[in-house]
Ligand binder design. Sequence first.
Ligand code: NI
Length: 147
Amino acid sequence: MERITITIDEDLLATVDGVMNRRGYTSRSEAIRDLIRDAASREDILSQSGECVAVLDYVYDHETRALAQRLTHELHTHHDLSVATMHVHLDHERCLETAILRGPAPALQKLSDTVSTQRGVSHASLHIIPVEKAHTHAHAPEHSTES
Ligand code: NI
């Protein structure tokens, strides 16, 4: 291992200490290493070219002008990436949506960015799962018209 010195502002350090206490790390170094590993594995997935599935969650204010239509429009524009969406009416103003997506990781990240940067959208989170085909196999042949 190598020892490095980093400069970090107090608020961010308080966040690191919070993570450390909640997750039971014994040192800041250990906590920071794991946080970097998390970020690195997300970056790794983004650099892969294979097929991925993803879960995109976000909360939005359905009273924000035309936001619901804009979000639906984005998913229709990318219907090739969009598998299904679940909508939950959280309260009088807010809706929670979970969209299941499928496609190349960079395209999924881009769609997620488009959704999460809309004004009125909060708590957006994207979880990408690589689904490389382990092997190929033949499915049952189609029904033959010959008898
Ligand atoms: Ni709703």
